[in-house]
Design a binder for this molecule. Structure first.
Ligand code: ZN
Length: 247
């Protein structure tokens, strides 16, 4: 893990960056995929937009500390938190430009965004800011001190959306590690923490996450999976060796 006070110094480009509204969103939605990509040798990173300061449990400092512990389980090369206001994320010129600046410095080829509709406004707002920042980051004249960089691919993490995924990543071998990452947020998922009448117990969280991962895994004939949507068509070069049984 890098020194969080020197977020960009001597930073090599990332292969994949997940952008999320709240600490622990990545752990719940696409953490298995991030672990699997790191295991395959890719440089992976997470940009959290808020520190969850409106949450009932814990403080923003604690959430960020917990997210750094989770980063170890996720095998991340880089993780930063922009500390924007939780529950009131706004797509403004400032937020778009700030995120575009981050993207130009860490130069990811692939970006994962939250799905573009959902219950929590921060999630769809993060998707919107993320998309527009990826576009802006490619403009040569955006700012002088950084080179333009537009990510090649944008994936939408659709675990919470009731939509058919474009594809599912098999995370069967990464599932336990992803669960360990999520449970790093002890202020959120510890059984004895404050507000336990409002929050599900750890065992229930584990059961819920496993059920959802089982559902998506089942779509591709494996134990655990994570779903994604892409807006473009998927290209296939070999229709003989395609995965997932039809009948
Ligand atoms: Zn969230």
């Amino acid at each position: 893990m890098r020194d969080p006070n020197e977020p960009f110094a001597n930073l090599r480009a990332l292969d994949i960056l997940a952008i999320a509204a709240h600490p622990d969103d990545v752990e719940q939605t696409c953490g298995g995929t991030m672990i699997r990509m790191a295991e395959q040798g890719y440089r992976t990173g997470v940009l959290d937009l808020t520190a969850g300061d409106m949450g009932t449990r814990g403080t923003s400092e604690l959430r960020i500390e917990e997210s750094q512990a989770a980063a170890g389980h996720l095998l991340l090369s880089w993780r930063q938190n922009l500390k924007w206001p939780d529950a009131r994320l706004e797509n403004t010129i400032t937020t778009r430009m700030t995120m575009a600046g981050v993207i130009r410095r860490i130069r990811p080829r692939t970006v994962i965004l939250p799905y573009w509709t959902g219950r929590h406004p921060d999630h769809y707002r993060a998707a919107e800011i993320g998309y527009e920042a990826c576009f802006l980051a490619g403009l040569r004249k955006l700012e002088e001190e950084t080179e333009p960089h537009r990510p090649f691919k944008i994936l939408y993490s659709s675990l919470y959306a009731n939509v058919t995924p474009s594809f599912v990543v098999d995370i069967t071998r990464q599932f336990e590690r992803r669960m360990a990452a999520l449970l790093s947020y002890k202020s959120q998922y510890g059984d004895s923490a404050e507000g336990s009448d409002l929050f599900p117990a750890q065992a229930e969280v584990e059961e819920r996450l496993a059920s959802v991962a089982r559902f998506y895994g089942n779509l591709i004939g494996v134990k655990y999976g994570e779903p994604f949507v892409v807006k473009e068509s998927m290209q296939v070069d070999d229709v003989v060796n395609m995965a997932v049984r039809s009948i």
